[in-house]
Design a protein around this ligand. Structure first.
Ligand code: ILE
Length: 385
């Protein structure tokens, strides 16, 4: 071939190779089922933001093995039935490679069996109830379960306030608040802290005076609250209206700015454990906080941080997977690549650990991460020192 001809065909060659690689690089579809409306939306929107930020970062850096990540985001409204519908849509219609979510443990217990039956990873970033990963080998979570966090939180609160006895209030019809209650009950027995009274409420309740009057009469040193944020905020406000000054101890349901939007300064001295803190100044967390603020104009929270980390965990797993285009095969390959992923993320060092065994069942993977204890001061959580 003459030099001339080479020069003439070169642009064409470049164009065809360019086209070929563009055709090979497909979008990897990752589903996200989050509560974007309804009472759990404060958690769900933070989760969506965390995912969007991380996916944009991964894509800006060229994607994973040349493939761009495409988030398919659906609103499950914090409701079990909607979580089921959204999981079905993402798995069977949209053919997502994996599904993140749903936001509440309560919804995960309804939706995850669908993912396990279809052999698609259901990756929870906020589900902290016991038993989530007992649903099957395709259930993963990077949210640290209450069973790991509450003993640490309780011990720190008891020491900090010199607590001798506590009262408990919890939601008895939500999987997470009920599970948190079970863990608190066992923890308090273990740490030999007597319970003066145990009071329950139901989802949607707004008036807690009957329960709080009983708690007041039992004269505890602190109130343990296994609650979601909105209920917790109203409980705190109504406690103060009854002239009670006791501090609160809670699970990660309390870890939302919404607590302070409603309870304001009345939420001060509330103690809560979490793997994430804005005061943790590792390079990964600093970069996350700065990027989040720049993109959304607000401070991130634990739920955004866990979502952000989850996307990076999956991106790392995908690096090890040679996608074949056969969705069933690729979904299983991703499930097999996930357990060994470790990252240094916004929430610190992260690794998976196999869930506790259940006789006759295959189980999924829990988060292996340390919890740190926070106290509310001036309308936000700061590290308890
Ligand atoms: N951790 C809880 C759950 O698992 C809530 C998640 C707070 C948003 O349901």
């Amino acid at each position: 071939m003459q030099f001339n001809t080479i020069l003439k065909t070169l642009p064409l060659l470049m164009l065809t190779t360019g086209l070929a690689s563009a055709a090979q690089a497909a979008d990897v579809k990752l589903g996200l089922a989050a509560a974007l409306t309804g009472p759990a939306a404060k958690y769900g929107v933070a989760i969506k933001n965390g995912f969007t930020l991380a996916a944009d970062e991964v894509n800006a850096a060229g994607g994973v093995n040349g493939n761009k990540l495409q988030l398919l985001i659906e609103d499950e409204q914090g409701k079990k039935e909607e979580a089921i519908n959204v999981f079905k849509k993402l798995i069977f219609k949209d053919k997502a490679l994996l599904v993140f979510g749903p936001t509440l443990s309560n919804s995960a217990f309804a939706a995850d069996p669908i993912a396990n039956a279809a052999k698609v990873v259901a990756f929870g970033t906020s589900n902290t109830a016991d038993g989530i990963t007992a649903m099957g080998p395709f259930t993963f979570r990077n949210s640290v379960m209450e069973a790991d966090v509450l003993p640490v939180t309780t011990r720190a609160a008891v020491k900090h306030f010199g607590i001798k006895k506590v009262a408990i209030i919890y939601g008895n019809d939500d999987a997470f608040t009920k599970s948190g209650y079970d863990v608190f009950k066992a923890t308090l027995a273990d740490q030999k802290i007597p319970v003066t009274t145990t009071e329950a409420y139901a989802k949607g309740d707004v008036d807690f005076k009957a329960q709080l009057t009983k708690i007041k009469a039992s004269n505890p040193d602190a109130i343990v609250c296994s609650c979601l944020t909105e209920e917790a905020a109203n409980i705190i406000l109504q406690t103060r209206a009854l002239g009670m000054k006791q501090p609160f101890i809670g699970g990660n349901g309390l870890n939302s700015p919404k607590l302070f939007d409603i309870a304001k300064g009345a939420g001060d001295d509330t103690i809560m454990g979490s793997p994430w803190s804005p005061e943790n100044l590792t390079p990964a967390n600093k970069a996350f906080i700065a990027a989040y603020k720049a993109k959304f104009g607000s401070d991130p929270d634990q739920f955004a941080a866990q979502a952000y980390d989850a996307l990076h965990v999956v991106a790392d797993a995908l690096k090890k997977v040679k996608l074949s285009g056969a969705i069933d095969k690729d979904r299983i390959a991703l499930q097999q690549a996930l357990p060994s992923v470790t990252i240094e993320g916004a929430t610190g060092k992260f690794a998976f650990r196999k869930a506790p065994p259940v006789t006759g069942k295959e189980v999924g993977y829990d988060a292996q991460q340390e919890a740190i204890v926070n106290i509310a001061k001036g309308g936000k959580f700061i590290l308890l020192k």
